[in-house]
Design a binder for this molecule. Sequence first.
Ligand code: GRF
Length: 195
Amino acid sequence: MKNIVILISGSGSNMAAIVRTAEQAQWAQRLNVRVAAVISNKAEAGGLAWAQGQGIATAVLDHKGFASREDFDAALRTEIDRFAPDLLVLAGFMRILTPGFVAHYAGRLLNIHPSLLPAFPGLNTHQRAIDAGCQFAGATVHQVTADLDHGPILAQAVVPVLPGDTAKTLAARVLTQEHLIYPRAVAAFFNPQSA
Ligand code: GRF
């Protein structure tokens, strides 16, 4: 069985979308893949309890307990590798990763970013898209490289920016699309025919 490990920091709705799709689309039987663990840098991350309720192993590693980014990433790597991941999925994991960490998972590390990359890497993507007068916004699933929010694009979804949109309303519209494209991109990672 191949293992997916998912990293979260918050509500974990993308993680939940992947777990639900894995169940509904029978990834274990069809792709020989399972979500082996969900790991968070925040104990209060809402998605942790949900994942536990699904019978998935969870772990918390608080970055505040580490002196440097390198120390945290080294400990995180040890925690992740206990679950022998074939794929590491960043799903709202709000940490910048060190080049050594990214290199360790090269070719098996995905992220979702709430913009149409290469537009708007970084934070506050929805407000920046509104401020720029964009008529369309969206989300991007990409391979992670050492360069933040760059890396080969695997999937994108586009939504309109509507009159009167706030960052909140736009984020909600984008998020519904994230929940479709991320599970699809993960399945395609294991079986390109499934895309
Ligand atoms: C998503 O918008 C994702 O694109 C961004 O952070 C948000 C995480 O949401 N990186 P959730 O924790 O998956 O609900």
